[in-house]
Design a protein around this ligand. Sequence first.
Ligand code: HEC
Ligand code: HEC
Length: 264
Amino acid sequence: MADNHAKMTQATPQEVIISVIAGLFAPLLAIFLIVQLVLGIQDKHPVDTSSEAAQKATLSRIKPFAQLVALDANAPKVEKSGQEVFDAVCTSCHTPGALGAPKFNNKGDWAGRLGQGYDTLVKHAIEGIRQMPPRGGDGDLSDVEVARAVIYMANSSGASFKEPEAAAPAATAAAGPAKPDPAQGKGVYDANCAACHGAGIAGAPKLGDKAAWKARLAGGFDALYGSALKGKGAMPAKGGNADLPDADLAHAVAYMIVEAGGKP
Ligand code: HEC
Ligand code: HEC
């Protein structure tokens, strides 16, 4: 009985060690938790979304993403190539020949169909025919995209159809090479030429300065356009913007000529 009593009240050496260690660590743990709490509060502080600075910071952080989203929503649809459309939509049936679809890269399957001609094939692909769903089942595809996919498939199997142009470029191509248009030249001028021609930097003839342009106008549009294209003296070729399309350069020259009182 006495022995038992002693055991219950006297600690073993292990218990002593444990309680000493626990006694040391309890305050340390408490300090650690308090530090974490304070750091946590400090951390939360800058996420004060109401202040103007915080909103600006947030805006600048999400900007790349926000712009990407805006771009997706507003940008004109970029027409996919025939191969892209085929890989995304048509391949599921036209590669294995599912439902009796004429197979990609299989002259035998296509020989009879090609005889119908390009227009009919495209019409069938757009409107659907028997087991072939309209636009391959993807209503978002434009006519041009479906046509390109038809060309891609048909050309893999013995046809030699040509790519149709997207609607917009076809219209400009039909109109022939654009005439230099002073009205379209202003924007080009502002962006590429005004840096020198606005203030007469490096001896550039100033925009609208009739005296500075008089002798130059005598050469006519072609000569002036030639100098602008290739550069002349301190005037760099294309005003220093090698990427400027020739048509835009011509518009800018026409604009400068008109401003100087000449005729493009
Ligand atoms: C769900 C399966 C399926 C998908 C997806 C599909 N097709 Fe087809 N396609 C068919 C079948 C089946 C036929 C054969 C129809 C027939 O002649 O009875 C066919 C036939 C065609 C023909 C020949 C039409 C003719 O007049 O002979 C063209 C062209 C065609 N498909 C284009 C496409 C294009 C382009 C896509 C993708 C945008 C596409 N298909 C996606 C099943 C499909
Ligand atoms: C870095 C300055 C600079 C920029 C940018 C510049 N120019 Fe010039 N430009 C000149 C200078 C300098 C001259 C006079 C060159 C000379 O006669 O020796 C000149 C002359 C010209 C002439 C008259 C050429 C001639 O034969 O008399 C034309 C036309 C012209 N520039 C068009 C343009 C157009 C269009 C652009 C924009 C696409 C442009 N320039 C941008 C400096 C510049």
